[in-house]
Structures are given as C-alpha cells and as structure tokens.
Design a protein around this ligand. Structure first.
Ligand code: GLN
Length: 320
C-alpha cells in the first residue's frame, strides 16, 4: 500500500504551497523538524508540491511568499536572539500573514514567543508578538519541568505528543487548542493546552506532533489550500491537476498514488454558485483524499495506551 503512494502521473499544473520554516537552527527540539517532513510527505501523496523555505535570524518575512508557517521549540538561551529578531525583523510580516488567516503552527518555545512575553528561568523577560493573548512564566531552574507524554481533546478528537517545558503559560482571552486528558499542557493548573488565534495554532506538543496526528496535519494542509487556492475557485478560473471549474460545476480527472479504482486525488468538492454573481463559486469544501494512516494511528494509540487512556485508544481504532 505505501509504495503505491509514490507513483504520480504527469498532468495539469499541480497545486503548490510554500512553507516558511522559522529559525530551524535555533528552534528545533525533540524532532520538531519532523513536522515539516510530515507536511511535505502528506502533500506529496496528494500530488501537492510543498516547497520549504528556511527563515533565520535577519531574514525578512514577506507575507505574500508563503502559504503556511512553522516555528519550533528551543532552550531559553536560544529563544533570546529569536525573540529579538521576531520583534525587529519579522513582526510586521508575521502579523499580516496571521491576520490574513495563514495557517501557522508554533510549538513550545516558538508558541511562547508568539504570546505577550516569556519570563525565562533567569534573565530579562523576552517580549513576544502578542498574537496569542497569553503569557508564560518559568518557575525557576529548580522547579520541576512539565515533562512526558501528553494527550488532549481537540474538537472531540485526540491529539498526542511529548512535552518538556519549564514555562507555565496562562491564557487571557486566547482560545485553548484543547483540553488536557493526561499530561500538563499550558500549566499545572487549568487543564488547557495551547492557544488558537485565527489560523495560528500554539501548542506544547513536541514528539514531533504531526507524524502521530495525521488528522491535524491534514487540517493544516486543507486550511492552506483553501486559503491560497479558494480565491481561484471563486473567480471560476484556474485548472489544477485536472480540476476544472465552470459555472458552479466541476469535473475531476485526477491521478493518485493510491491503488483504488477511480483515479482521484481530491474527494468530491461541493461547490455552490453565488446568487448575487452567477458563475462565481463560493467557499469550496476542500477535503484531501484520505490516506492509509494505519501506522500513524498505531503510534497515536500507543501513546494513549501508555497514558492509560485505553477507551480513547479503542475509540480511535474503531473510528479509523
Ligand atoms: N525554553 C522553554 C521552556 O522551558 C521552551 C522549551 C521548549 O521549547 N521545549 O519552557
């Protein structure tokens, strides 16, 4: 089944996305780079070309050049130069991207620097960008860290990963990503994990997060495709990989890496015609072709089992 995914016939222009990977040298703990590899592979399996651009200290962030962004986690000492550069070099581009609903995934140290501030174990506060109405305080070098496997409830589904942070994050008006089922999450008190602002997602889940949570990886890809290509569909133009749109109807002739009968990369997209402007397609439903994720769900359930969340693990296996 897996090798079948690789085969891709040449065809019409494919969908291309560009991911900006912020501070890969400073913020890359506990396999955070694995999130990039997962997004790349899951795109490739759907015939989507995902280009990755690394943005380091001093690199400007042009909001028009990217379709999604990623920032990983790091030690306190590595967060200091990143905080300064985020503020001085990337804040305008990052804010413009986020206010324009670009999907952003920020893990641990990166998540902390997208909130108002991070007070490290020692040294001055690190000013954040305030994207998430939240703040983080490290309890001090001697205080126990929040370390271990973690599982949370995200919109009725489970997310699993590994956390290791000294900082305790407190939410103001920011919506949490989810509720902790087992583990610490934002802090040791309120049972919340992560934060959401528009399509920006902050989380403490390392591990890395996306390989063991294929549903969340696909959610980010769908958000990016919908945001970056939705406009094309609205304008009723633009053939992608055999997808053509005319007057509210569409036909699909696609290639796929899977071995199922009908060649199709995208699942049926419900397109509705706008009353005001006939021919203008509104809000296409973007749904990626589902993949054989049995290995990913096995790894996901292994963490649920390790955390003693047996019924949650069974529910996941039954639903797949
Ligand atoms: N240095 C931060 C803390 O300890 C973030 C750690 C991380 O990114 N894993 O809380």
């Amino acid at each position: 089944m897996r090798e079948a995914r690789e085969k891709q016939e040449p065809g019409l222009p494919r969908i291309s996305l560009t991911l900006g990977h912020l501070y890969p040298d400073q913020l890359n703990l506990y396999g955070d780079r694995g999130n990039i590899l997962t997004l790349q592979q899951r795109c490739r399996w759907r015939g989507i070309n995902l280009r990755v651009v690394e943005l380091g200290i001093g690199d400007a962030l042009d909001p028009d050049a990217y379709d999604l962004l990623f920032i990983g986690g790091g030690q306190d000492r590595d967060q200091a130069p990143v905080a300064q550069d985020l503020y001085e070099t990337k804040s305008i581009g990052l804010w413009a991207s986020i206010e324009d609903d670009m999907p952003v995934l920020a893990v641990c140290g990166g998540y902390q620097l997208l909130a108002h501030y991070y007070r490290p174990a020692s040294g001055p506060d690190l000013k954040g960008l305030g994207v998430f109405d939240a703040w983080t305080v490290h309890r001090g070098a001697r205080a126990p860290r929040c370390i271990g496997d973690i599982a949370l409830n995200w919109n009725g589904q489970t997310l699993v990963g590994f956390e290791n942070h000294g900082g305790q994050t407190y939410l103001g008006t920011a919506r949490p990503l989810g509720k902790v089922l087992k583990g610490f999450g934002n802090n040791t008190q309120d049972g919340t994990e992560g934060a959401i602002y528009r399509n920006a997602f902050g989380t403490y889940l390392h591990g890395s997060l996306l390989p063991k949570n294929p549903h969340f990886a696909d959610y980010l890809i769908e958000l990016a495709v919908k945001r970056s290509y939705g406009l094309h569909w609205r304008a009723g133009s633009g053939d992608f990989d055999g997808l053509s749109i005319a007057n509210g109807t569409h036909t699909c002739e696609h290639t796929n890496g899977k071995t199922n009968a009908s060649p199709q990369t995208w699942e049926e997209m419900n397109l509705a015609e706008s009353d005001e402007a006939p021919g203008v397609i509104i809000d296409p439903i973007v749904k990626l072709l589902s993949l054989d994720d049995s290995l990913e769900w096995e790894a996901h359930c292994a963490i649920l089992e390790r955390l003693g969340l047996h019924s949650a693990a069974n529910a996941v296996l039954r639903s797949r």
